[in-house]
Design a protein around this ligand. Sequence first.
Ligand SMILES: [Zn+2]
Length: 115
Amino acid sequence: MHEMGIAQQLVQIALDSIPKEIENPKVEKVNLKIGRLASVVEHSLAFCFEIITKDTPLEKARLNIDFIAVMVHCRSCDHKWEVTGPVFKCQFCEDGDVEMLTGREIEITSLELAD
Ligand SMILES: [Zn+2]
């Protein structure tokens, strides 16, 4: 289950980004951006997150995940299109010079602190 490692990294980043001057901070919501090719299982991530965040400012924070579509770009003909899995060939010019623009990201976009 690779979600444990991901959850640990995300929790570390979240904890580091809480301003030090806030006393007893409490995070209510963590907004995340996860690419559809990052193969993160939402309930596994939420489960790991819950375990790791016990007794931290992130305890009981909700995860709000925005799943990002996989977009690829062909360097030969400059087409961009959305796919549901890895692509090795352009569907327009059949060239192999295809790069992935989005779809693998795992990022925190923002934290919402309780008042
Ligand atoms: Zn092309």
